[in-house]
Design a protein around this ligand. Structure first.
Ligand code: MG
Length: 374
């Protein structure tokens, strides 16, 4: 009996947390959108999106799940590439090429891969290539916040290194009220606190035009910055090319690319040498793996964005998987109990890939059900 999808359900959750201010955007409560796929063989698969960029209007997600449902019922969930095409590219005329609906599609394709893993009794990590058993992680953070000065920023980074075992940490720049002088004080203070041996990553969340990005890059070259992430508007490929040619810094981009074509164009323009592909955006593991392979051909690395439980299987699957982005419970308290197993950095700053079939992580539904909003 060939495996077939029999049903799909959509669930949304929302909870309070301090909120995240990255300069360009403020993200309030934590949110997650989950899809569950059911099959005629009793095997279920889950996928989710959301996480830090929780400002996304998640009440839009359920209608898209309903829309996709009619295409999914009776289909083989193992044919993920075909489903990505049929529910993605082939819906362009109807839904548009990318957006909230393809975020939902990302979660659906991830759920299909979860089923694939369970059917084959393999982890998604293994199915995607399984090249690395452990990868180094960096701690996402260094956000702006009220009453958070230079000293508090330094304390946070030292906490990440000393208590969370990080050998790489990230800070934000690009708040319009900060300007280059305050931002460079942040970068300088971060480097000073970390000493010479911890990697410092800097993220602008698309805040700059080209002249400003060039100015920042020139300044940051003095502080051994590991990468300069999302300096520019995502589709200004020409500006990426000029910036990347002009600086010795590694330019990172890609967390907001919704199509393989975006990555291809960025790569053709030699606009970045680190790709922050996001399987919940691009959408799904098939496209993400294509991005990783394309990058590999060009000598470029990937360091996926957000949703660490979804991206650990991906980044560790390929030999050009460089770093895992890791959100600590300090950013979102619920993270302490949200997933099984609870992912933590080992003493050397690396994380180990779980080898359970499928994604390898389960959601704590007893906890999440308390925060159900849809
Ligand atoms: Mg980013």
């Amino acid at each position: 009996m060939e495996i077939r999808i029999t049903d799909i359900i959509s669930e949304s959750f929302e909870w309070e947390r301090p909120g995240i201010w990255n300069g360009m955007h403020f993200y309030g409560p934590g949110r997650m959108h989950k899809v569950t796929l059911f099959t005629n063989q009793g095997i279920q698969g889950i996928g989710w999106n959301g996480g830090t960029a929780a400002v996304r209007p998640h009440n839009f997600y359920a209608p898209f799940v309903e829309y996709y449902k009619s295409f999914l019922i009776g289909k083989n969930p193992l044919e993920t590439e075909k489903l990505t095409l049929e529910l993605g590219e082939k819906q362009n005329k109807i839904l548009g090429s990318a957006g909230l609906h393809t975020q939902v599609l990302g979660a659906i394709i991830i759920a299909c891969w979860d089923i694939k893993g369970k059917v084959e009794d393999q982890s998604i990590h293994t199915l995607l290539g399984g090249e690395q058993k452990r990868v180094r992680a960096y701690i996402a953070g260094g956000y702006y916040a009220k009453n958070k000065g230079i000293e508090e920023l330094q304390q946070e980074l030292l906490y990440n290194v000393n208590e969370l075992n990080a050998t790489a940490v990230k800070i934000k720049i690009g708040d319009p009220t900060a300007g280059i002088s305050l931002d460079m004080k942040r970068v300088e203070a971060a480097r000073e606190a970390l000493g010479p041996h911890i990697d410092l990553l800097v993220d602008a969340n698309c805040a700059f035009d080209l002249p400003t990005a060039l100015e920042y890059a020139k300044e940051m070259e003095n502080y051994k910055v590991y990468w300069f992430e999302e300096p520019l508007a995502i589709h200004d490929f020409k500006a990426h090319k000029i910036l990347n040619e002009s600086t010795s810094l590694t330019i990172a981009a890609g967390e907001n690319y919704y199509t393989l074509a975006d990555f291809e164009t960025l790569i053709e323009n030699k606009g970045a040498s680190m790709l922050n592909v996001d399987a919940t955006i691009c959408p799904g593991y098939d496209v993400a793996l294509s991005v990783a392979k394309l990058a590999q051909e060009k000598g470029i690395k990937i360091a996926p964005h957000g949703c660490q439980e979804i991206h650990l299987p991906l980044v560790a699957a390929v030999s050009n998987g460089e770093l895992l982005e890791y959100y600590p419970p300090e950013v979102d308290e619920l993270r302490k109990e949200l997933f099984y197993p609870n992912l933590k950095l080992d003493s050397d700053g690396y994380v180990t890939v779980p080898d359970a079939p499928g994604i390898g992580f389960d959601l704590n539904m007893d906890l999440l059900n308390r925060y159900r909003v849809g």
